[in-house]
Design a protein around this ligand. Structure first.
Ligand code: M6R
Length: 588
C-alpha cells in the first residue's frame, strides 16, 4: 500500500531516499514525504503528488543529513492532503514516523492521547504512533522499551519506521512487511527489498513483533520483551535490470509485451519442487484455491483444468471472502494461495485461517521473499521479474503457466504443456503483432460507457479478467459474464449503446456462443469477436492463431490487456498508476 524507507549512512541520504521511493512508487502514490536529521534537528518536506512532481517542487534531494526516512502514501484514513502525508510528528517535533497499514484502534488511542494533552495535526491513524513514542520517551525507558510499549498499544496491521532527533532510527512490524538492508555505507529499513536493491542484495526479513534499532552503523534487533534477537541475512536475487521501461512509453505496455518470454520462464525452474508440490496435492483429501483480483482469476482457470484433466475437484474461494466462508479443513486439506506480490492482506489472512485448521499451504508467488512464500509449506515462483504496472498482466499469464505445469504433472503430461510452449510463444507474438488493430478498436469504442465481455467454460475467467483490466485502467464500467447467463438477466441491459466482446475460440463453446452473439446482434449492440474463427455477427474481429484448445486463455487475455491499455490512453488516464489503486494491497 504505502512504501517506507529509512537509511542511516555515512553520506547524504536524501537523494537515495528519493530514488528508493521512486522505485517503490507502485505500492502507493498519492503523496510523498521525507524527514532527515541535520545537526540534531528534524527537517521535513512533504507534498501531494507523485515522487518526481513533489521532488521538483520541494527539491527533496537537497535536504541535508546522513540519516532519514521517507514514505509514499496510499490514503486509507484521512484525505489526500499535505497535512496527511507522512512523516507524522509528536507534539514536540522530536520524532518523525512513517507507517504502512491500518491502526484499527486509532480513535480510542487518539482520544486517550488528546486527554493527556497531545495535539494532533493530521486526520490519519498513523499519527498516534508518533504521540505514543513521545509519551513513552518521557518515561526514561530505553529505545527498545519505548517501541515495544508503543507496539503493545496498537491493534491492526503495521510496519512503521521512526527517526529521533538524535539520529536513531527504529521500526517494528505486525502483518506488514519490514526489511533491513545491510549495505556498505549503513543500514536501510524498508517495506520492500526494491527500496534498497541497487545498494545491497542482502536482506534481513523481520518477523512480526521484531523491533529494529539502527544507531549509526549499529543494528540491534529485539523482541517485545526487550530480549536481543538474531535474524539470518538472506541473499536476494532479483532482476533489477528490468525495472526500466525500455523502448515502451509505459511499464504496462512493456510488461504486456514481455509475456512470450515470461511464460517460458515461469515454469522452467524448480522441476523437483514442482513434483513435491504435486505430491502434496495428490495426497490431499480436499483442495482449495484462493487469491484476489487477477490472481483469483487464474485460480478459476486452474479449477476448471484440475477437474477436467487431473480429475481433482478443487474449490476456489476469493480471498476477501475466505474468512466468512470457512470451509472445513484439517491436516489432509491443501490450500493453494496465488499472489503476485505475496503480500496481499486478504490472501495472507486466508492462509492464516487455513493454517489454524491444520491445512497445508502451497503458494504461487512472483516475489520469492514475500510473506506468503515464507509462511507456505512449499511455494513455486512465476519468475516474471518485477511487475511495476499496477494492472497485473505478465504475472497473470505467469501464474497460468505455473498452474498449467502443475496440472500437466498431475495428469502425467496429458496437457502436453511443456512440449507446446514454443508453439504458444509464437502464437502470443502473433497476437501482440495485432496491437495496432486493437488500438483502432479502442478508438472506436472510447465513448462507450458499458462494455460486456462474455465467454463460457475456461474462457469465462478470461472475460472476468478482461473486464477487470478495463475497469482499473480505463475507468469504464465493464462486466465479465458467463455467456450462458445472458438470458438470465444481462440481456435486459443490451441495446444499441452496448459494446459486447465475445471470447469465442473454435472449441466446444463455439456454437452456443455464436447463438448468443446473434441474440445480442438482434438488440443492436456492437460486437467484437475474439476468436480463431470469424462469424458474421461480429462488427469487429480480433483473430487468434489456432493453438491447442486448452491454451486459448493465454492468447485471449492479451488483446483485452492491450485494449484496456489503449482505452486508458484515450481517456487520459495513466495506465501504470490507476487512480485509487495500489499494486500491493496490504490492508484489508
Ligand atoms: O499481488 P496479488 O496477486 O496478491 O494482488 C492481487 C490483486 O490485488 C491484483 O491482482 C489486482 O486485482 C490487480 N491490480 C489487477 O490488475
Amino acid at each position: 500500500m504505502c512504501s517506507i524507507i529509512g537509511y542511516a549512512s555515512r553520506s547524504s541520504v536524501a537523494p537515495v531516499l528519493v530514488d528508493s521511493l521512486k522505485r517503490m512508487e507502485y505500492r502507493g502514490y498519492d503523496s510523498v514525504g521525507l524527514a532527515t536529521i541535520d545537526n540534531g534537528r528534524i527537517l521535513t518536506r512533504k507534498g501531494v503528488g507523485r515522487v518526481s512532481a513533489v521532488n521538483s517542487s520541494l527539491n527533496l534531494i537537497t535536504m541535508q543529513g546522513q540519516v532519514g526516512i521517507g514514505h509514499t502514501r496510499w490514503a486509507t484514513h484521512g484525505g489526500v492532503t499535505e497535512k496527511n502525508a507522512h512523516p507524522h510528528y509528536d507534539c514536540a517535533g522530536d520524532v518523525a514516523v512513517v507507517h504502512n497499514g491500518i491502526i484499527e484502534n486509532y480513535k480510542d488511542l487518539r482520544d486517550d492521547l488528546i486527554k493527556s494533552g497531545h495535539k494532533f495535526k493530521s486526520d490519519t491513524d498513523s499519527e498516534v504512533i508518533a504521540h505514543l513514542l513521545e509519551s513513552y520517551s518521557r518515561k526514561n525507558l530505553n529505545i527498545a522499551q519505548i517501541v515495544s510499549n508503543t507496539c503493545k498499544r496498537l491493534k491492526g496491521s503495521y510496519a512503521f519506521v521512526a527517526v529521533f532527533e538524535n539520529g536513531t532510527i527504529c521500526g517494528s512490524r505486525f502483518d506488514e512487511p519490514l526489511i533491513i538492508g545491510p549495505a556498505d555505507e549503513g543500514y536501510f529499513i524498508s517495506s520492500d527489498v526494491l527500496g534498497f536493491l541497487p545498494y545491497t542484495d542482502k536482506a534481513i526479513f523481520l518477523d512480526n513483533k521484531d523491533i529494529a534499532v539502527i544507531e549509526g552503523k549499529d543494528l540491534k534487533l529485539y523482541d517485545y520483551d526487550g530480549n536481543p534477537l538474531f535474524r539470518q541475512i538472506t541473499q536476494v536475487a532479483w532482476e533489477l535490470g528490468s525495472i526500466d521501461k525500455g523502448k515502451f512509453t509505459h511499464y504496462t505496455l512493456k510488461e504486456i509485451h514481455e509475456q512470450p518470454l515470461t511464460i517460458m520462464k515461469a515454469s522452467s525452474r524448480n522441476v523437483e519442487k514442482l513434483k513435491l508440490f504435486c505430491d502434496i496435492i495428490r495426497n490431499s483429501s480436499t483442495l482449495y484455491l484462493t487469491g484476489s483480483g487477477t490472481s483469483y482469476h487464474s485460480a478459476l482457470v486452474a479449477k476448471h483444468l484440475l477437474s477436467k484433466f487431473a480429475k481433482i475437484r478443487a474449490e476456489t474461494i476469493v480471498s476477501s471472502e475466505f474468512q466468512y466462508d470457512l470451509a472445513p479443513m484439517d491436516s489432509s486439506s491443501v490450500l493453494i494461495a496465488i499472489s503476485q506480490s505475496g503480500e496481499t492482506a486478504d490472501v495472507l489472512q486466508s492462509v492464516k485461517d487455513a493454517k489454524q485448521m491444520g491445512a497445508k499451504i502451497l503458494s504461487i508467488v512472483n516475489v520469492p521473499t514475500s510473506s506468503l512464500a515464507r509462511i507456505s509449506d512449499s511455494f513455486l515462483t512465476i519468475d516474471c521479474g518485477p511487475e511495476v504496472g499496477v494492472a497485473a498482466t505478465k504475472s497473470f499469464t505467469g501464474q497460468l503457466s505455473v498452474l498449467y505445469s502443475i496440472i500437466d504433472e498431475l495428469c502425467n503430461g496429458c496437457l502436453g504443456y511443456q512440449l507446446s510452449k514454443l508453439e504458444l510463444v509464437d502464437a502470443l507474438n502473433e497476437v501482440l503483432a495485432s496491437e495496432e488493430q486493437i488500438e483502432k478498436i479502442a478508438d472506436s469504442i472510447t465513448a462507450s460507457k458499458d462494455i460486456y465481455i462474455m465467454g463460457r467454460s475456461i474462457h469465462y475467467p478470461i472475460a472476468l479478467e478482461g473486464a477487470l483490466k478495463i475497469k482499473e485502467l480505463a475507468y469504464v464500467h465493464a462486466e465479465g459474464i458467463a455467456t450462458g447467463e445472458l438470458k438470465h438477466g444481462p440481456l435486459a441491459l443490451i441495446d444499441t449503446n452496448s459494446v459486447v466482446i465475445i471470447i469465442n475460440p473454435k472449441d466446444a463453446t463455439f456454437q452456443d456462443n455464436v447463438a448468443s452473439a446473434h441474440e445480442i446482434k438482434a438488440r443492436g449492440a456492437m460486437i467484437i469477436g475474439i476468436s480463431d474463427e470469424p462469424d458474421d455477427s461480429y462488427d469487429m474481429f480480433i483473430k487468434l492463431p489456432t493453438v491447442g484448445r486448452i491454451h486459448y486463455p493465454f492468447l485471449e487475455v492479451v488483446p483485452l490487456q492491450i485494449l484496456a491499455y489503449y482505452l486508458a490512453l484515450r481517456k487520459n488516464a495513466d495506465p501504470d498508476y490507476p487512480r485509487n489503486l495500489a499494486k500491493s494491497v496490504t490492508v484489508k
